[in-house]
Design a binder for this molecule. Sequence first.
Ligand code: RP5
Length: 170
Amino acid sequence: MTPLVSIIMGSTSDMPVMEDAAKFLNEMQIPFEINALSAHRTPELVSDFAKNAAERGIKVIIAAAGGAAHLPGVIAAQTQLPVIGVPIRTQMGMEAWDAMLSIIQMPPGIPVATVGVNAAKNAAILACQIMALGNDDIRSKVVKFKSTLAAKITKANEDLAKIKYEYKTN
Ligand code: RP5
């Protein structure tokens, strides 16, 4: 199977968070790969990866990092593929502001689509939505997934309707 999504993380210490992205892509039956690469510890490998990803058939890159999280931006600087950044909360005590700002504040011309702190699942969903633009099979999977979200709220309202208070009107 040729991977369509590449999940890259700065360290395997990010894996407990990034598992959510892997699980979602797996459920959607989207071929993906996962690797650890570091903008600081393995800069040349990051460069090789970013420059070759498109020609290997990758459609979207999900890049996660914590702290001085330069990985998503450095990858985005070297590929035309869309890059989704996941800021990781680390033990470094900055409440993830370090990673968030490092990933979000890219210079004009090199965007990184940044999801919330540790929001690996949202990154995988967004990757599917991007790929769905040019792939009917993925589009139907995304539509089906989104319909489960609406069903969840419908069920929640049915449950809330059963709760009785003297002054509750619905
Ligand atoms: C970042 O530094 C990684 O993405 C990770 O979130 C953080 C800590 O890495 P380790 O010291 O656990 O390898 O580059």
